[in-house]
Design a protein around this ligand. Sequence first.
Ligand code: SF4
Length: 422
Amino acid sequence: MENIILKKTGSSGTIAIESYIAQGGYKGMERAVGDMTPRDIIDEIKSSGLRGRGGAGFPTGMKWQFASLDPKFPRYLVCNADEGEPGTFKDRPILEHNPHLLIEGMIISAYALQSSIGYIYLRGEYPHAKRVLETAIEEALARGYLGNDILSKHFRFNLTVHFGAGAYICGEETALIESLEGRRGQPRLKPPFPVNSGLWGKPTIVNNVETLANIPWIVSNGAKAYASIGVKECPGPKLFSVSGKVNKPGVYELPMGITLREIIYDHCGGIKGGRPLKGVIPGGISTPILSPESLDCPMDFVHLPKHGSMLGSGAVMVFDDTVCIVKVYERAMRFFEHESCGKCTPCREGTAWMRAILSRIEQGKCSENDLETLQDVAENIAGKTFCPLGDGAANVLLAAMKIYRDEFEYHIKNKRCKVNAA
Ligand code: SF4
């Protein structure tokens, strides 16, 4: 498959606007703004089958249509660049090396949505990306690709980078909106959904960086060509950030529906030292771990749930037989405890409680009924939290306790790690 998203991404530097244009960049934007109506573009995106790449996998064209049917103005376009989940670094090459792909995608999207104001909500830990994006926005303004009369077509779109303060929950779209409005980043009750009542109560589309980076290619090459990539239910390319015990970790652009086996063994050079695979987290720390039996599962929004997990952000984390699963989930719960926004009790108290029990188990200071208590706490959090963070924390732990129960039991019985004892 030819690279679509990483095509112009030079790993050694950032693509300046001249190089981007020389390689065919901004042609999709010229076609969209010059020859197409907003309705044409929304129809094209709907036909392409593009689904949001932030984790939820909602059809992008349908989301755009909901917003475009709302008569309120102004409409806001927000790029979710708050990439903060452990293992997830797929958007970083676009933000740091190919900013014009994102900007072009946002201009086309804004035209389709008749939005005049856009924000890139950027992860606070990406200061280099901030400098790159701000320079690229200046370049696009100087060329007349952003501003008050784009391509002399009376189309107005201004774009601003908003730097986050490093809170994971601000990747959740309503918490992100709260943060953009200047308040503490905590999720809002839905409905109403942001497409109808988002920033300052106006229709707001929040799309992930990778989603927006797909738009120029779809407009330039057509929905049919895009729909022919990957699997029918989830077409297109997907960025996978692969980390852990593989020979060649990194960001890979591969067709949606590729199997975990192909990613790990064909593209990432297999497991380091040829050791046995113990488990894989397929989509970031908030997606349930899979055992090696699921290696042939297609990586997409439809097939992974049938194996008990989710595609999430496409952050593949690979563990070999030297990894202690209890330790992995103790670290994971530390993350969730730290990032819980504190709004609802099951998550605020529950993540801390799960972490405390796991710490006891890992340190060999546990009592015999700790596993039962841990299971009970997790089951009482799952499905009872305000947003997916608490729910996700409980569910990933429950999945790990089910698949690797013997390892948890060994820790409790012997007060030490089974992996290190082997
Ligand atoms: S589940 Fe956690 S992160 Fe989500 S609202 Fe409740 S406390 Fe905040």
